[in-house]
Design a protein around this ligand. Sequence first.
Ligand code: TYD
Length: 202
Amino acid sequence: MSNAKFITFEGVDGAGKSTGLDWFAEALRKRGIDLLVTREPGGTPLGEQLREILLNQPMHVETEAMLMFAARREHVEKVIRPALQRGTWVISDRFSDASFAYQGGGRGVPLAKLEQLEQWVHGDLQPDLTLLFDIPIEVARQRLSNNASLDRFEQEKGEFFERVRQAYLARAAKSPHRIAVIRAEKSLQEVQQELSKIVASL
Ligand code: TYD
């Protein structure tokens, strides 16, 4: 394996993760780093088809969990691992922490089942770094309310997002070396300052 890094971005819907990701990717590119930006669910032609289904079709919670990991299997094998092997850094907009937060925390799928899927799908590959955009749910929902069309997850109630947020924070507490928590309710400028410190440390 090369020294290429695998970095993931996480957070509840409306936390400002995508804006942060764009800025972070640009900062890495400016340093001359060869970089691939991808997303989940998605990142491959099959994964994007699964995304369409996952974001729009009602389904059993465990079907949802398994489809998230099925899309991830494709993504890891076809995109993430080959890129890292050729020395290209990978930034993914969400990865398995999202399944632990949304399907585990949000929907109540037992952690042991998610851990089995994680082990199966990418037991030997974990992100080198995860940036968790954490924000009070009222603020995130305020930001989301500007969106015209909300997907199946974004339409969930406040309590759902509260559980998702807590599950993310519990995961960060368990892996403090991998997961950096970004206080995303701060101003854009302050968030960028925090991100640039992280870029400098890489
Ligand atoms: P998101 O990155 O929020 O897409 P967009 O910014 O275009 O709205 O991701 C889509 C949704 O998928 C998001 O609500 C969280 C959900 N999701 C899960 O529930 N589990 C997962 O494992 C992943 C990767 C995403």
